[in-house]
Ligand binder design. Sequence first.
Ligand SMILES: [Zn+2]
Ligand SMILES: [Zn+2]
Length: 152
Amino acid sequence: MPPDAPTSEDPVLTGRCYCGAFSLSASAPLTVAYCHCADCRRVSGAPVSAFAAFDPQNITITPAPETSVTVAPGVTRWFCAKCGTHLQAHYDYLPDQLYVPIGLFDDATSLKPESHSHSGSKLPWLCLTDTLPQAEGSGRARLSGAGASRKT
Ligand SMILES: [Zn+2]
Ligand SMILES: [Zn+2]
């Protein structure tokens, strides 16, 4: 069995876009991270975003998303063509991961963020009282190693 294959200990997370045209099924999140960057802020319309990272083989979006947009170099984002929901993002510097906004899942209770990315771009009035690690920039070092402990 490949090391990344979901096990029975990994519950299946289900979700959908706002209008329901797309449904999601995923398991074994590698990590969950807040992102404070201006790109995520713009695409979400929210002051901060939170994403769960998955190995591409552990996430299924039905039907397969076809509408993608690249604005920031190296970042591809897919959307529901009907309601505009941001379905997933891919970062060229994290080639083996897909990032899904946690608000798409029916129950995000288990998707507790483990870090803050781009905290250097955080809105100054947003008060963080958690003790999670923060990365001034992309946090790619931490994120690219996400899930490593699962693989050993
Ligand atoms: Zn939709
Ligand atoms: Zn971001």
